[in-house]
Ligand binder design. Structure first.
Ligand SMILES: *Cc1c(COP(=O)(O)O)cnc(C)c1O
Length: 394
């Protein structure tokens, strides 16, 4: 298909739910993407944090190839070895727990919402979430999402959700009632503009949850799998959640979601209470094992941590140079640059100069390089970003 034909089919035959950049990518390797015209791009926003190892990592590709040639799908009323291995690995990387597999972030959060309701036994059912949070697009996760713009037009949403101000203790304490069953949060709000939860606040939430037997659900869909330079963001905070939800980077580019629940409460879910046809499929679980292995074998968390310091230092320097930068924030390689102008033209300028980045919340540029990003790639990216910022600096 020719470029213009593809655009035409999208216009005629595909529902118009995304604002798309007019680029068609056909190949990717590591942090490089190639479009249909053969132009190369440095990918500093690999799929909303899906391709944390860069594109087409050899360990992920070989895992997929190997499994595809053996068996692709077996339903969940049978056992499968890859699901067992992945569950074992996830429990090892988190805390004593059990795993439920699904296919996306929103589904992982739906599972957590249903789990909480089940845990409340009909007596407690309210879930407290936060302003500017994002938990997904299906009805339950959408109700949990603390941003009106995603909810507008879809009323009535499921009941039992309360949204409070992020990082505010009084707001949270006021919202808690004898109906509260869970508090659900992102430790770094991704779609909400890279807002980092305060350490003392998170500690306090854990304390409240302990005292009142409330479940602490941490949505690690975007922060998980090394994005913050630890395997999971909660590991920066010295606490253990009761539930974490995962998706995005876990499958190395294939769709997967997971809800991980503290072992002592895991038996809340009994056979028949929740299910997913594709959840924990052979190919995807094998791919995810490839992801975890690559992170470990190639010391990617260490690299992410080192590169995080390097990039934040450079960005702080840029901040003193470009007055349009308001703040720079984030953890690890989850980086937000808040501007005092709209971010969209900067994103387009970067794209024209051969780099993919993102803008969220209108004014926050988001860069999330792969965990194996090199100094050379970071320098190139910051150079391009600098040029783009300069262009709009008056
Ligand atoms: C992307 C995202 C989701 C939704 O994931 P999908 O796979 O698109 O359903 C949920 N929570 C957070 C924090 C996310 O970043």
């Amino acid at each position: 298909m020719k470029k213009q034909e593809v655009f035409k089919v999208y216009q005629d035959d595909i529902l118009n739910t995304y604002t798309r950049q007019p680029r068609i990518f056909v190949k990717g390797k590591g942090m490089t993407l190639v479009d249909i015209d053969g132009k190369k791009y440095l990918d500093f926003f690999p799929g909303w944090g899906v391709s944390n190892l860069g594109h087409c990592h050899p360990k992920v590709m070989s895992a997929i190839r190997d499994q595809v040639s053996k068996l692709i799908h077996i339903p969940n009323n049978f056992y499968n070895v890859q699901q067992a291995k992945l569950a074992e690995a996830l429990v090892y990387h988190t805390f004593p727990s059990k795993v439920f597999f699904c296919n996306s972030g929103t589904e992982a959060n739906e599972a957590a919402i249903k789990f909480s309701r089940a845990y409340g036994e009909g007596k407690r059912f309210e879930i407290i979430t936060f302003e500017n949070s994002f938990h997904g697009r299906t009805m339950g996760s959408l109700a949990a999402t603390g941003q009106k713009k995603y909810q507008d037009g879809f009323a009535p949403l499921p009941e039992g959700f309360k949204t409070v101000k992020f990082n505010s203790l009084p707001a949270l304490e006021q919202a808690i009632s004898d109906k509260t069953i869970a508090i659900m949060l992102e430790l770094v709000q991704g779609e909400g503009g890279i807002n980092v939860a305060d350490r003392s606040y998170v500690y306090k939430i854990r304390e409240i949850c302990n005292n009142k037997n409330i479940l602490m659900i941490v949505d690690e869909v975007q922060t998980g799998i090394g994005r913050t330079a630890k395997m999971f963001a909660f590991q920066h905070y010295g606490i253990k959640p009761d539930i974490i939800t995962l998706a995005k980077a876990l499958g190395g580019g294939l769709p997967i979601g997971a809800m991980i629940v503290r072992k002592e409460i895991a038996d809340t879910f009994k056979p028949g209470m929740h299910a997913s046809t594709f959840g924990g499929g052979l190919v995807i679980c094998k791919a995810a094992l490839g992801v975890l292995r690559a992170i470990r074998k190639e010391n990617m968390l260490k690299n992410a941590s080192k590169m995080s310091t390097y990039i934040f230092d450079k960005l702080d320097h840029m901040k003193s140079k470009y007055k349009i930068i308001k703040t720079v924030r984030g953890i690890g390689l989850m980086i937000g640059i808040e501007l005092n102008i709209e971010g969209k033209p900067i994103v387009e300028e970067c794209l024209n100069r051969g780099m993919v980045i993102n803008c969220t919340h209108n004014t926050v540029l988001r860069i999330m390089p792969a965990l194996n990003v090199t100094k050379k790639q970071a320098d190139k990216a910051l150079h391009i970003l600098g040029k783009a910022l300069l262009k709009f600096s008056r």
